[in-house]
Design a protein around this ligand. Structure first.
Ligand SMILES: [Zn+2]
Length: 431
């Protein structure tokens, strides 16, 4: 059917559409709502050499991502104060190719800043229950987490949690990739989610938490059991947990180092079962690059490599290849998990996340049957490092449209830096 766009907004669908103005022929393609990637790290200001807003949102455009929700670390300063928030909005507004929202941080030092950050327009507060790996973003104790949850509940805001229990992580191990996996077992995720649920109990009726990057079924089971009892808790997983196994990590090495780690083949398959059964709320990339040198350091000792996967361009290709083609995942579920659900959870619905009259004209046009191999010249990430290079896909993003403007087409990013807009969830007060 036809979709009409007027001034960047969807103005009619189907028989209401009149034939006038510029038209794009999408015959043979599938039009998905643009991906709302709820979890990316662009590291600017402060560490723009790790990625930055320009490279990061060029990758977004190439991946069919029309809105990113960017994490408070590893920018410097981290987004834990109103001043740091303003600084990030300023730089992102000049450089972004796609629309963006910002997460605030929840750290032991900023409990007094949460309310001001909320009014600035953060999409939620991100906290770490294990060491973040960077010295300017500290993990929370259960006590701090409980206070943060209570404050967030009062503001009707959500807390996003990196749920690995530091106490259950081995501090070091053998130099090979498998040792990194063994040092961060699924049990550490389970224990952290249980502690999070305890912390939520005293935080008031409107408390909400979102567990980022769950890598294992045991973790999802904790979330789903709590949800059945009425707790407002949600979970995301990432394409790299669905695309790769420990054997791939042994072969590929540092580009696939992340936390929680890549799991074994049985875990990956079980995770797919959860996705197919509708028990995973959303899928986000956790795109988190670093300078190439910080990955190369880990070639002979995986512990020396920075952790993080550069995957913002891979979400739709993985879901189309490994999901739609290999496992029967429907386009409707892909649209829901990558766009509608994150837009709803973080307060951007109905403006974002759906193809509906009145919504922003944000689209990812995909050719579901096109076979291609991820080549270095297609990678937008500044470092040139990605675990997905050389991977074969069936299903490709051929055009990305943000508020009616094409930002990616014919294999090229064709928007302009600064074309992306800051999106503020409701509840924020303009200042
Ligand atoms: Zn992350």
């Amino acid at each position: 059917m036809d979709i009409a766009v007027t001034n960047g907004v969807i103005s009619a669908i189907g028989s209401e559409v009149r034939d006038e103005g510029e038209s794009i022929d999408a015959t043979g393609l599938v039009v998905l709502p643009g991906v709302v990637d709820a979890h990316v790290h662009f590291n600017e200001p402060g560490r723009a050499n790790w990625e930055g807003w320009e490279a990061g949102t060029r990758g977004a455009a190439a991946g069919g991502v029309t809105t990113v929700l960017e994490m408070p670390l590893n920018a410097h300063p981290p987004t834990t104060t109103p001043a740091a928030f303003d600084e990030k909005v300023a730089v992102a507004s000049q450089k972004a190719f796609v629309d963006f929202g910002l997460w605030g941080g929840l750290v032991p030092e900023n409990l007094g800043d949460l309310e001001a950050l909320h009014h600035r327009g953060v999409v939620g507060f991100k906290a770490f229950m294990s060491d973040s790996g960077i010295d300017d973003f500290h993990r929370v104790s259960d006590g701090v987490l409980a206070i943060g949850l209570k404050t967030a509940a009062r503001l009707n805001a959500i807390v996003g949690v990196h749920a690995e229990s530091q106490e259950l992580l081995a501090p070091h191990g053998a130099p090979n990739p498998l040792a990194w996996c063994r040092a961060r077992p699924a049990a550490a995720e389970v224990a952290a989610i249980r502690r999070l649920l305890v912390c939520m109990r005293g935080a008031g009726k409107s408390v909400r938490a979102h567990v980022v990057h769950v890598s294992c079924v045991e973790g999802l089971a904790e979330v789903n059991e709590a949800r059945r009892k009425g707790v407002a808790i949600t979970a995301e997983t990432c394409p790299h947990y669905l695309a790769f196994t420990e054997e791939d990590f042994e072969r590929i090495g540092p580009p696939l180092k992340c936390a929680p780690p890549i799991r074994d083949a049985a875990t990956r398959e079980a995770l797919w079962d959860e996705v197919l059964a509708g028990r995973v709320d959303l899928i986000a990339s956790d795109h988190s690059p670093c300078p190439a040198a910080d990955k190369h350091k880990g070639e002979h000792d995986i512990w020396q490599a920075w952790g993080g996967v550069a995957g913002i361009q891979a979400t739709l290709p993985v879901l189309l290849t490994d999901g739609f083609h290999d496992r029967g995942l429907s386009f409707e579920r892909i649209a829901h998990m990558t766009a509608t659900a994150p837009a709803q959870l973080f307060g951007f619905s109905p403006r974002k996340g759906a193809i509906a009259v009145g919504a922003d004209a944000d689209f990812a046009l995909v050719d579901p049957g096109q076979r291609w191999t991820f080549a270095p010249e297609q990678l937008q990430t500044r470092s040139g490092v990605s675990a997905y290079l050389g991977r074969a896909f069936t299903g490709r993003v051929v055009r990305t449209i943000v508020r009616g403007k094409t930002v990616f087409g014919d294999g090229q990013v064709i928007g302009r830096p600064g074309g992306g807009q800051f999106v503020r969830p409701p509840g924020a007060r303009p200042h």
